[in-house]
Write a protein that binds this ligand. Structure first.
Ligand code: PLP
Length: 439
């Protein structure tokens, strides 16, 4: 009998015992092709030696030193690496142990920034429906996934949600993509006016929506208009790239493709690729300088911030991505995977949409393609697909966005950047069988 409270305590999980490139091997010797990087984490696969060696070397030198007493070399080097490549204006980094902590940190930095400026009346965050920003109470409060929020609703921070940019379902037939993008971005302005702009701290959004909708990028122009509104009303733009960042979409930061820079940017998953738990919050010079030049310090901190071994692992991951030109691989394999998915599912009566960027791709399942009618959520189609994929020896990341009837079940694919052409075919083949068995 297990002593662990598992995510799904009624399910018996296989035991993972080894990793080999993009495969995980269980105690029975069965191999699973990791087409989702777990939850968009394992961007280098599961046995990348230079990362393992870098972690071992750091453990031999210095595993950990509390940041209340010391800085350390790997965290300084990793910060330098990220800031050298970051969107304009982001000048400092705060290292955490994961994505939820990174988002908590961003919310608190944003609040303290205005506090330092004497704008203490600013208290609201605006975020989007059908989003996910983490499971700690602050991150859950801004998140817009009704299923994850329901139990905790009475103890969440008040937050104000607007529509996501979700063209497949929300763009009207008569509307161009650009017109739709403007309309939906302008919901931010309407919400600001409703709340009173000088009571708002910032707007939070995933650059590409991950787990809740399944790899949904914004339409062209959406984020430019969002940035314009944030500037016009003097609020901060916080981009959550916990899932979509660190090369997943083909550029190191997903917002590089939107030609905008946020005031705060969070990343995690692909930062350490699962070799070590790590997240980061990138901070604009203006926020940093206001806090440090004001009260002098950020009122925050965790025991494991700037963890030396975690940072050494993440630095090795990021150096690998660059040394081996893996962003080009993401573009190349992403193109191949998209083409193979279109070939296999493009005319499938139950696949309504194939979307995403780079190696961050999603399929949306519908009962009826013409009307886009989702399957009944009670069928838990996404859970069946996950189960059947595991039977086939494939890890994918299905979800049910149907909680409020506004989205179908989806399958998220986020394979490692190191996958080979034949593994692209293996993903589509196994996924096809898993979907057919689940319908
Ligand atoms: N933000 C996004 C967009 C995520 O996808 C996730 C996790 O799935 C998180 C935040 C939370 O990250 P973590 O689970 O590392 O706390």
């Amino acid at each position: 009998m297990t002593r662990i409270l598992h995510r799904d305590p009624k399910q018996t999980l296989p035991t993972a015992v080894a990793g080999s490139g993009p495969y995980i091997i269980d105690a029975e010797g069965k191999r699973y092709l990791d087409a989702s990087g777990g939850a968009a984490v394992s961007c280098l696969g599961h046995s990348y030696k230079p990362v393992v060696e870098a972690i071992k070397a750091q453990l031999d030198r210095l595993p950990y030193a509390h940041t209340g007493f010391f800085t350390n070399e790997p965290s300084e080097a990793l910060a330098e690496h990220l800031i050298d490549r970051a969107p304009e204006g982001l000048e400092k980094v705060y290292f955490l142990s994961g994505g939820s902590e990174a988002n908590e940190t961003a919310l608190k930095l944003a609040r303290q920034y205005f506090h330092e400026k004497g704008e203490t009346q600013r208290r609201w965050f605006i975020s989007r429906r059908q989003s996910y920003h983490g499971n700690t109470l602050g991150a859950l409060s801004i998140g817009g996934n009704p299923g994850r929020r329901a139990v905790y609703e009475p103890i969440l921070m008040p937050a104000h949600h607007i529509a996501p940019c979700y063209a497949y379902r929300e763009r009207q037939d008569t509307e161009s993509e650009e017109a739709y993008g403007l309309r939906v971005a302008n919901e931010l302005e309407a919400m600001l006016q409703q709340l009173g702009p000088d009571t708002v701290i910032g707007f939070v959004a995933e650059t590409v929506v991950g787990a809740t909708l399944g790899a949904v990028p914004a339409v062209p122009g959406y984020f430019k208009r969002v940035r314009e509104i944030c500037d016009q009303y003097g609020i901060l733009l916080i981009l959550d790239e916990v899932m979509s960042g660190m090369g997943r979409t083909g550029t190191l930061f997903a917002c590089d493709q939107e030609s905008i820079a946020p005031d705060l940017l969070t990343c995690a998953k692909g930062l350490g690729a699962g070799y070590q738990p790590i997240g980061a919050c990138l901070i604009s010079g203006k926020i940093h300088d206001t806090i440090v030049g004001g009260s002098g310090a950020f009122q925050h901190g965790f025991t494991y911030i700037g963890h030396a071994t975690a940072c050494a692992g993440a630095l090795a991951v990021q150096q690998t991505i660059e040394r081996e030109s893996l962003l080009d691989q993401v573009g190349k394999r992403g193109g191949e995977l998209t083409a193979a998915l279109i070939e296999r599912f493009g005319k499938h009566p139950n696949i309504g949409d194939i979307r995403g960027r780079g190696l961050f791709l999603g399929l949306e399942l519908v009962e009826d393609r013409a009307s886009k009618q989702p399957f009944d959520p009670a069928l838990k189609l996404h859970a069946h697909i996950k189960h059947n994929a595991m039977q086939e020896g494939l890890m994918c990341y299905p979800g049910g966005g149907t909680v409020d009837g506004r989205a179908g079940d989806h399958v998220l694919l986020a394979p490692p950047y190191i996958i080979e052409e034949e593994q692209v075919a293996e993903i589509v083949d196994k996924l096809g069988r898993a979907i057919e068995r689940s319908l």
